[in-house]
Ligand binder design. Structure first.
Ligand code: SF4
Length: 312
């Protein structure tokens, strides 16, 4: 096994094909509405993270019905993950949050994934999610944006939080028996490969359950887009990206599920995305290199107390 694929994890867990249904709530983000900043993260576009979402004027129930019909027919599937994707989905009053989550608990929903920021995690919300998990027989996972563990880069990205908030959030989520997925950008040009390695080591030490990686894409009309057009930085090369992705996997606990290794952004909205190459081409290059060089997830996972060999 080269790495712990999300598709394999879903089949093993649910014994059938399961697909994510994106949900778009009328929420914002404290890093955009002025609570922390009005600028947002330098890479954040107008839609937040969701490019394929339905209108947030539709209810959760309506969005799930439309998307499950479309995706269910396309992929012959009848089990889904309700995915609260856009902006910070815990940044709303507790009662509204409860209503949206309860609305997503339907027969064909096996799990609810909630995307948010590390500084938008609170005990009352987690207590409610724990109760939902136990009473509605639905899996719950919180997706946290981190992007890098280098706090200089976190400041440059204008994330509005640093590494401590992320560590605190993961530990608090764990207390409630809820799983976590980390969003991570493997090739921020201001980071070195050592930062990528340290990211894998910290994520493993925290026993996060899933990771979602992608390369840095640069959207039009963003601060990052302006920096790129002014020549203030250059993306790293595709070969360097592949090397960073494989190194990241080598240091990562092999039990951590990899939701994805390469992202996508709409061509018409991007100034730069995946070196103009298809997702599949990069995927094949990555796997071919791993096979040729006998490299795999967890190959260098020997640095934590349970895996370290001490020579006295
Ligand atoms: S935390 Fe997410 S939604 Fe908020 S500014 Fe950053 S990328 Fe955008």
């Amino acid at each position: 096994m080269l790495y712990n694929r999300f598709s394999d994890y879903l089949i093993n867990k649910y014994k059938c094909k399961v697909y994510k249904l994106p949900l778009n709530l009328p929420v914002t983000c404290p890093n955009r509405d002025g609570n922390i900043s009005k600028k947002g993260c330098v890479f954040c576009g107008e839609e937040g993270a969701g490019f394929e979402n339905l209108s947030n004027h539709l209810s959760v129930k309506e969005q799930l019905s439309i998307n499950s019909k479309y995706i269910g027919e396309k992929y012959s599937s009848n089990k889904f993950i309700a995915y609260f994707q856009n902006y910070s989905n815990t940044y709303l009053p507790l009662n509204d949050f409860k209503n949206y989550i309860e609305e997503a608990c339907r027969d064909n929903i096996a799990a609810i994934y909630i995307s948010t920021r590390p500084d938008c995690i609170w005990s009352e919300y987690l207590e409610f999610l724990k109760e939902i998990k136990e009473t509605k027989n639905v899996d719950i996972l919180i997706e946290l944006g981190l992007q890098t563990v280098n706090y200089h880069t976190l400041k440059m990205l204008n994330r509005g939080h640093l590494l401590a908030e992320f560590i605190d959030a993961v530990l608090l989520i764990k207390k409630y028996g809820i799983e976590t997925c980390v969003h991570y950008i493997l090739d921020i040009p201001m980071d070195s490969i050592d930062d990528t390695t340290e990211g894998a080591r910290i994520i493993s030490a925290l026993k996060v359950e899933q990771v979602k990686c992608h390369s840095l894409y640069i959207l039009k009309d963003t601060i990052l887009g302006d920096m790129y057009e002014k020549g203030e930085f250059y993306p790293i090369s595709i070969n360097e990206y592949i090397e960073r992705a494989i190194t990241f996997l080598e240091y990562l606990d092999p039990s951590i599920v990899i939701q994805r290794l390469i992202g996508r952004a709409p061509k018409e909205r991007s100034l730069f995305c995946n070196w103009g190459m298809s997702w599949w081409k990069i995927h094949d290059m990555l796997e071919n290199k791993m096979n040729e060089e006998n490299r795999y997830q967890g190959k260098k996972f020997n640095y934590l107390s349970q895996t370290r060999k001490m020579h006295l």
